[in-house]
Design a protein around this ligand. Structure first.
Ligand code: ARG
Length: 564
């Protein structure tokens, strides 16, 4: 249920009746005495009409329909309109949401084909923490878009092409007798290959020769390369599985996929007269910058940018995307700015929305980019395992569960903590990776929400009647606030969707859970002295709260458990 638009329509109608045409934006009230929502749009109108804003507000207020949805309106301050909602209407809508699998969240009337480019690890090395943010943020945006009824195309633009592969496959060939074993640790494999490359001239020559050979399609080298990529992709898939991320092989459209189109892409841009030669390299220049985008080097070699140009063409022309989101590190902002400018020059962006969903760097507690103790990059698998093991420690101490229970709970809590810590920060900022904070029961953490969910579930479980026969009927201000918050779920999801910012959803879920805890403290549910109707209504509110928390977390890619 889209609360805001329901109310906006009523205000808009009142404005129309006063012959005022304006776009209506209503805001959530900051204090209970200001009502549930506030309309602050009168002041700018007053200037246009050269009238006292309070007078205009009074006129508008007299035209606002009081009844089913709005119970009361007041003019406040210099010309604000405070809007109070009807309790029965809120109760009724909460009941509809409670009985609906989608919690009354409608699917869009205008489904778009949304292509989300995320994760994009490089195959030469194992996935490291730098790919964590893209993977987690991208996956939650994909889940959300799908939930809202859009067609989502996930694209994993993995880096599987480049000179380093010559070295890697030459090394793979050399040690082939136990290659599978060696590649269990890709990171070590890379280091060993590099060492060999630096120390052994003959090997280095062979590596360089292999680069040329793969590029010219030599069968033997391509076979080795494919073998290498396959193993590397398996590593990524292990991480995705552990993370509960939905990317599969089918979503992989690696850089090499575009190889056959690179020549054509250059030709396409040449035909549009966009290419200039500078120092022998093919470049695209821009009016507002001295830095061109280089798309073919002097020696004929292609670049990251060339592949992205071929990819954008494929996505627009072949996949027919309506919207393309690139969930990539903010340090690539300039690259995407240039890419989108070129897309606009060739009219790709006429019908396609292009957005760089930029995110900041993951830092350690001392504010430096996240590294291992000896300064190396932190492998993602190790980080996730550490989180699971830390979660396990905290559960072990608390309860006497079976081993399988503990394994499952530790996984849900450990993975949830890492994902939530990332998603709960405005993606544009850098974020500090802090174990203690992310695995805490207090504060805006996954565990706090998971714990809230467990508490509500246990209340519902203890009730021996039929929960499904319980209906919400708001009986005090705190209940009204909680129910209103529950009904704001759709507005929240819409905001997350528009801004591609999952932290808006985490904050909502955190506020919701906190509010529920307050409600539960003040409004006991299972105590013997509670009147039956009130008890049932509170149970129904609890049930809708649990469902909303669960659904919200599911969109973020975080699981819940029934006990902790
Ligand atoms: N492999 C790239 C990197 O690690 C990310 C790919 C992002 N996607 C794209 N279409 N450029 O930096």
């Amino acid at each position: 249920m889209n609360l805001k638009s329901n109310i906006s329509i009523i205000i808009k109608t009142a404005l129309d009746k006063c012959d005022i045409s304006a776009d209506v934006v209503i805001n959530e009230s900051t204090k209970a005495e200001f009502g549930d929502y506030q309309y602050n749009g009168i002041m700018p109108l007053a200037k246009v009409f050269k009238q006292n804003p309070r007078e205009i507000a009074k006129r508008v207020v007299s035209q606002i329909e009081i009844g089913t949805i709005i119970s009361k309106v007041e003019v406040a301050g210099p010309g604000f309109i405070n809007i109070f909602l009807n309790r029965d209407w809120l109760s009724e809508n909460a009941n509809i949401a409670l009985k609906d699998d989608r919690l009354s969240i409608s699917k869009t009337d205008n489904p778009l084909k949304i292509l989300i480019d995320y994760s994009g690890p490089n195959m030469a090395k194992e996935m490291h923490v730098g790919h964590l943010r893209s993977t987690i943020i991208g996956d939650s945006l994909a889940n959300l878009s799908k939930f809202l009824g859009h067609n989502v195309i996930r694209q994993n633009h993995v880096g599987d092409w480049g000179t380093q592969f010559g070295m890697l496959i030459a090394y793979l060939e050399d040690i082939s007798q136990d290659s599978a074993d060696n590649l269990k640790n890709l990171e070590q494999f890379y280091k060993d290959a590099k060492k060999r490359f630096d120390e052994d001239e003959d090997f280095a020559d062979k590596a360089r020769e292999y680069v040329v050979k793969i590029q010219s399609g030599d069968e033997h080298c391509l076979k080795l390369w494919k073998q290498f990529i396959d193993i590397s992709l398996h590593h990524c898939e292990d991480v995705y599985k552990k993370l509960g991320v939905s990317l599969t092989r089918d979503d992989v459209k690696a850089e090499s996929f575009y190889n056959s189109e690179l020549d054509n892409t250059i030709k396409f841009l040449e035909d549009k007269s966009l290419i200039d030669i500078s120092d022998g390299a093919k470049c695209i220049f821009f009016e507002d910058s001295d830095t061109p985008m280089i798309i073919q080097k002097k020696d004929g070699g292609y670049l990251y940018a060339t592949t992205d140009l071929a990819a954008i063409r494929y996505r627009v022309e072949t996949l027919k995307a309506d919207k393309i989101l690139y969930v990539v590190d903010a340090r690539q902002s300039f690259h995407f700015k240039q890419l989108f400018e070129i897309a606009s020059k060739v009219n790709f962006s006429d019908n396609v929305v292009l957005e760089h969903i930029a995110f900041g760097t993951m830092m350690d507690k001392s504010g430096r980019p996240f590294k291992t103790r000896d300064g190396g990059t932190v492998k993602l698998v190790n980080l996730l395992d550490e989180s699971i093991s830390k979660a396990k420690d905290s559960i072990n101490k608390r309860e006497n569960y079976s081993d399988t229970d503990i394994e499952k709970i530790a996984e849900v809590v450990g993975i949830g903590a890492v994902k939530y810590a990332d998603l709960s920060i405005n993606r544009e900022s850098n974020y500090i990776f802090d174990w203690d904070k992310m695995l805490s029961f207090d504060g805006n953490t996954a565990l706090y929400l998971q714990y809230g969910y467990v508490r509500i579930s246990s209340i519902l479980k203890k009730y021996d009647g039929d929960i499904n026969s319980c209906n919400i009927s708001i009986s005090d201000d705190l209940e009204q606030k909680l129910v209103l918050t529950l009904l704001k779920f759709e507005d929240t999801l819409d905001r997350v969707y528009i801004q591609s910012k999952p932290h808006i959803l985490t904050l909502y879920l955190y506020d919701l859970t906190t509010l529920f805890m307050r409600f539960y403290e003040q409004n006991p549910i299972l105590r013997d002295d509670i009147v039956e109707d009130i008890q049932k209504s509170r149970l129904a509110i609890a049930s809708l709260s649990a469902k909303t928390i669960k659904q919200g977390l599911e969109i973020l890619g975080i699981e819940v458990v029934d006990r902790l």
